[in-house]
Design a protein around this ligand. Sequence first.
Ligand code: FAD
Ligand code: THG
Length: 806
Amino acid sequence: MQPRVVIIGAGIVGTALADEITRLGWTEVTVLDRGPLFRTGGSTSHAPGLVFQTNSSKTMAELARYTVEKFGALDAFDTVGGLEVATTPERWTELHRRRGWAQAWGIEAEILDPAACVELHPMLDADRILGGLHTPTDGLAAAVRAAERQADAAADRGARFIGYCEVVEVLSAHGRVTGVRTRDGQELPADIVVSAAGFWGAELGRGVGLTVPLVPMAHQFVKTGAVPALDGDERLPILRHQDADLYYRTFGDRIGIGYYGHTPRPVDMENLLRDTAGEAMPSMLPFTPAEFEPAWAASLELLPALGDTAIDEAFDGIFSFTPDGFPILGEHRDLAGFWVAEAVWVTHSAGVARAVARWIVDGSTDIDLHEADLYRFEEAARSPEFIRRTSVQAFVEVYDIIHPHQYRSEPRDVRTSPFHARQRELGAFFYEGALWERPAWYEANAPLMDEVAAQGVAFPERDSWSGAFYSPISIAEAAWTRTHVAMFDMTPLTRYEVSGAGAAAFLQELTTNDVAKKPGSVTYTLLLDANGGVRSDLTVARLEENLFQVGANGPLDFDWFTRHLPGDGSVALRDITGGTCCVGVWGPSAREMVQPVCPDNLSHKGFGYFKAKRTYLGSIPVTMMRVSYVGELGWEIYTSAEHGAALWDLLWEAGREHRVIAAGRIAFNSLRIEKGYRSWGTDMTTEHTPEAAGLGFAVRMSKPEFLGKKVLESAEPPGRVLRTVMLDDPAAVVLGKEPVFVNGEVAGYVTSAGYSATVGRTLCYAWLPAPVGPGDEVEISYLTERFTGRVRTEPVVDPEMARIRR
Ligand code: FAD
Ligand code: THG
């Protein structure tokens, strides 16, 4: 029998899901909505439907592209094109960066001068703009029509749609959904319940003990009266004026204007129905005209013809914002069969629905959804306070120019390592990541710059963009690590303890490498999904027969592990990140530095590469692993949090005669790229096989069974592979996500990059067609420039592994 699916919500997401799920052959689908079909009163009912596909995220761009194609085929899309204009030099540069994303993700886009912009959109005042970015395939979705068409397709396959039917409770038994109860007391049985309830989703989640981190927010939208300059037949492109937080579309001879510059107004769901009582829909709040005044003034400047008309209709519409701007997708871990697909724009709706339908029906997706995964949030990020503050911030920043290395300005200091006080004394500049304070560089190392410069290390000048959130001190720190020794705070590295009689078998079946080695061994290994895509890369240290310490990449790994734990209780999983800390001591002097404070023999024979040992440093109990993501001799040294400060001081003292430094994330990143080490989520994702990502060495096909093995057995050689590229110009810098050209054509994109102190050039990883190999020339566009570079053999530094294995 087919699973019975109930979808809560008949907005653009619920209807698209019904279409995509039935298309995959599950036809026992019922879609319920509290409002009338298909103008339900939700966000979709009044969404003006602008679809700008370009996004810094490749995934989001692809979700949008699919939506455009699908709505086009449903006759619910008008390809009027998208135009984003710049009125400041910063925005003008930003539009070039956005063109880069478009090119990298395969969306047609061109930079236009003011005259060409006016030709496309004659209402524009050419003197007000520096130019624009034109994306011809962008346009207008007819959201309600698209919902209706998709519902029709689903209904043809057997799906049912019921309006005026509010779900008041999700029913469950033994950790599985069993159905829903509606306001009129009916119970509808179900094996799968998908909450596609839009901004109501957080409430529905709460009802089943699930945090859905979204905040409903008001957003102003107005329509003008007739604009005399328009005859109503023009097909003007959708328009963005991001410098003033504004966007525009035409409705015949009227103009619709959306505004994000007003005071953020999170909506209190308890009072929703009261607050929206006088409005046409429960997703519409009364207009707040004073808040719109700057928007109207800015609009008159950009589009002077608006002076001949006035605002005719206006409201404050409600839709969802999330802490990082991405949707919330996935299945409740503790209530099997309960799924969410929320905080999704019309722009991405069909793409999201296609991916989620596959996830529900097949168990995995072909598109990387990690940025949108329900379980991507750290524990502290699930607090109501964090969700509210960061979602408000996401509203404020929606059209801002965000630097790739820009970190949250608030809340800060939520997670600090035991070394934090010492790091501040050394003048650390902190980045925020996963709520941790992470030193990016230390001002205390500034004097080293002259010293390493005297040894030939170069410090090229940077432009203001690549020079932001950056210090050349990081170059000195990286160089110092390769010549002396440095301490890196590795505390934010997520780590788990996996224990019990079944632990070895569990890790052996879940990961690609042979991890069931002798106690004291460490193994680099991969998590694959059912498609053979790389879900994560891990280090697995076997500390005892039945006790492993796993170094992981974040909350999604914990989620994956938890979902795969055997039901018999033979394996225990514990996140030990917060209760422990870690210092990486790496560099040619590491052994001489640490040996005097350690009772164990730290020689290469006594403590080999990729081995682990529990021992003491002074009187501090530690676990040491001879692992180095920076590719130098040394150890990750772990202890419990209460010993952290003492550990740092002990090492600092021991390192004094070796001139040890503390080094930050920027140096760390550049060193790992020199060594050919990948960073999961940036360099590779589930869209890539191990072989394509250059990680085939971590897959042990001779193992009897592991998740993903079957697919790899019959996998074709990869068409695209991850390569290291070295830029030619010593002063050239890229930051990630730039398009890469081969013979003048877009051939791939940059993932991550860093300036290598060792070779005096920027190195980056790029996904490229497999035939493009070492020695081949490429070009990379960076803002308004283009740099040349060459594919290099890997790793660029120490291919013989002489520095690590000695
Ligand atoms: P909704 O359309 O809100 O659908 C959710 C449905 O769930 C509703 O119909 C609701 O009645 C139903 N529901 C909720 N709870 C229950 C329950 N307990 N039982 C039964 N049914 C329930 N996006 C763009 O891409 N481009 C734009 O230009 C754009 N402009 C916008 C302008 C404004 C003014 C607003 C407000 C939003 C705009 N958006 C835009 C955002 C976009 O409208 C939304 O992100 C999108 O419509 C959300 O779709 P949805 O299906 O998730 O939610
Ligand atoms: N330390 C620990 N765990 C981790 C990381 C870490 N887990 C997550 C992430 N970082 C994993 N990434 C890597 C990448 C490369 C290496 C280690 C962790 C590495 N690779 C060597 C190589 O490729 O030559 C060794 C591989 C091998 O011998 O199999 O060292 O930083 N604890």
